[in-house]
Design a binder for this molecule. Sequence first.
Ligand code: F6R
Length: 607
Amino acid sequence: MCGIIGYCGPRAASDVLLDGLKRLEYRGYDSAGISVGHNSSLKVFKKEGKIRVLRDAVPEGVDGQWGIGHTRWATHGGVNDINAHPHLDCTGKIAICHNGIIENYIALKEKLIDEGHAFKSDTDSEVIAHLVETFYEGDLEAAVKSTVSLLKGTYGILVMHSDHQDLIIGARNGSPMVLGLGDGEMFIASDVSAMIAHTKQVVYFEDGEVVRLDRHAYSVTDMRNRPVDKKVDSISWELEEMEKGDYPFYMLKEIHEQVVSIPRAMSGRIDEDQATAVLGGLNMSEMELLGVKRVMIIAAGTSYYAGRVVAYLLESLARIPAVTELASEVRYRNPIVEEGTLYFALSQSGETLDTLMAIRELQRKGGRVLGICNVVGSTIARESNGGVYIHSGPEIAVASTKAFTSQMTALYLFVLKMARMRHMAWPEGKKFIEGLQSVPEKISRIFEQEDHIKTLAKKYHEAESFLFLGRGLNYPVALEGALKLKEVAYIHAEGYSAAEIKHGPIALINEETPSLFIVPDDHLRDKVLSNMKEIKARKGPVIALCVEGDKDATDIADDVMYVPKSEEIFHPFLSVVPLQLFAYHCALELGRDVDQPRNLAKSVTVE
Ligand code: F6R
């Protein structure tokens, strides 16, 4: 969602803030702003649009050695310069940036207006500036603590005051915040990408903590003013991994990276001799794993679809009942937590609020939740009872791609481990490992078809609506393919079970509505071919995504994309890649902003 950054140090704060905001832009990009302090006054620049618009509005060499900045994903109040952060109090001395939602802002605002405060924006966030003003009696940290004690909702807040040179106060509840320790300078931001160019030494904060920082030192206290000891962590990502390199877009780079990100998710986690997986991070003994009777996977968006693939497999291979549920639904339906159920939370960012809140609810009820995250040190990773990092490297395109296959990889290893502990014999375990290890090479062969996929995108990008259809393990992949097309090309797309279309969606079929079928190479193939014929009989254009050499599917379809032959259980890894490429190329044809699609943001830290 919104990205926030603060800086205290010897350099020109505006340059550091603008560079940091550029790296945070993937979190939200409808407007942005900075406030820098100089000679007991604040200079504030705010602009609707991308960071480059803000950059043009900030004069070259503007003075100021400390400051805060924000890139916005609007929740309350339209997208314009005034609603952009930072927001000021009535005196113009206090500036705040806020990531999250203040749920009780209406009551607070009414009270503040009654007391004589003048509001400029329509945001929920502006109340924070006026509350700090109300409480301020010379101690900024105390004023921030009094302020946050009144807030309901989620926040990551940065506050500065023109009379307190070189001081920033940060507070968090439900929104991420991390401090970067430089040499004679300090950074604070909503994620490490904003500071990785300057430091790799970081401190993560927990909810209820308040940090006070200047260029030389920081201190952390809780709401009752008790000091909190913090551990310094190191960021494992390299700056180069955050660059686009020779690719025109991050999305394309990340799709191609799957040939290396999948092996990274497997690295050090396979025991070839025993034909099983080694997942120490689960923090569970073999006895405890043997006691697992059910698995529930919770996640959102693309991560949810990855979870759905794995739930199929857990049942079929490990014979453990498994379901995948939307985190946002789990949290509010008063879930029943029973002994013997193991929970997984899947999240690329590790910050998705719906998922985080569901984890907390499950843990409150005694559930053991394991996190499958990409971002090391993220809130979900820290709050889970154990877990596995997928080590995909930074995923910067808003549309998730490589995280999907890496999440599946990590959980396929869990399936292997559970299956081997139950009834999967050594040779089958061996075959499973070989199959998984062969996936990256097969994906690299799919890239040879990229020109062909581009041609199909040219042919079909004007369609107003699409159906993506699959069955079994490929049903969630169809859902993911539809999500990708919606997100980056803004084409309406429905993902469905190929079997389900006759129960309703077939009414949508006409000559202008293409159906993309994922044709498996398994016991469901003939059924899917019949479903394709049902669409053809109604003059619907059909694209088949089938295994190389599938003559029947090729004959029925108008157009075809191929994936290399594999064991059926690995088909989802392969079938998702052409769908990612298809969505990407349709988006390019339509001139979309591929990496930062409209209305979206990476890391959804509001409910
Ligand atoms: C889709 C996409 C979103 C995320 C979802 C969950 O391309 O990016 O649907 O998958 O917001 O995010 P994480 O995995 O970070 O919890």
